[in-house]
Ligand binder design. Structure first.
Ligand SMILES: [Zn+2]
Ligand SMILES: [Zn+2]
Length: 175
């Protein structure tokens, strides 16, 4: 959704609030696609602070389906946060608009809500997601989710650290 904020940019101290919907259905990051389980409309306040500086503040509340880093089980992850970002439109006009990554959500006087929200979520996207702290992950041999019980596979022979030690030992013997 595009919001035209030209009036706010040009009117000192003007304040306006918006409740736009997030339109993207998936959150794409590094080639992965994460589904939104829930999206609340964005609470967005655009406030002119004088001299063409507009403060964009508000609240985002979404729940994203992120697979556990170890066992790939779906982990509904809620990201609810306040944001606040000042954009200096005088400076923007002087510089090359599209050279500025952080303002890629602005096109002329329209604010692209999805792009703006994408950036804000990206900054807070968890580096690692676990279904539980002591998640045992998947068996490297048969793929069984080890949180659900042992599969009986002999995984010691698959542990790369173990085989590295064995290689060293074997080489040593040959000398
Ligand atoms: Zn897990
Ligand atoms: Zn197994």
């Amino acid at each position: 959704m595009q919001i035209n904020i030209s009036e706010i940019i040009s009117t000192d101290y003007k304040v306006q609030t918006f409740n736009p919907e997030i339109e993207m259905e998936v959150f794409c990051l590094d080639g992965e696609r994460y589904n939104f389980i829930r999206k609340s409309p964005v609470e967005l306040k655009a406030q002119n602070e004088g001299h063409s500086v507009v403060n964009l503040s508000g609240h985002v509340d979404v729940t994203i389906d992120i697979p556990c880093s170890r066992c790939l089980t779906s982990v509904p992850t809620r990201l609810a946060f306040d944001f606040s970002q000042k954009v200096d439109f005088e400076k923007l006009k002087a510089e090359q608009l599209d050279d500025l990554d952080e303002t890629s959500f602005m096109e002329e006087s329209s604010l692209d809500v999805d792009r703006f929200v994408y950036n804000e979520i990206l900054m807070r996207f968890p580096m690692k997601t676990l279904c539980r702290e002591d998640c045992k992950g998947l068996c490297l041999k048969c793929g069984k989710n080890l949180n659900e019980g042992e599969c009986g596979c002999d995984r010691a022979s698959l542990d790369p650290r173990m085989s590295a030690i064995r290689d060293i030992f074997n080489n040593f013997k040959e000398v």
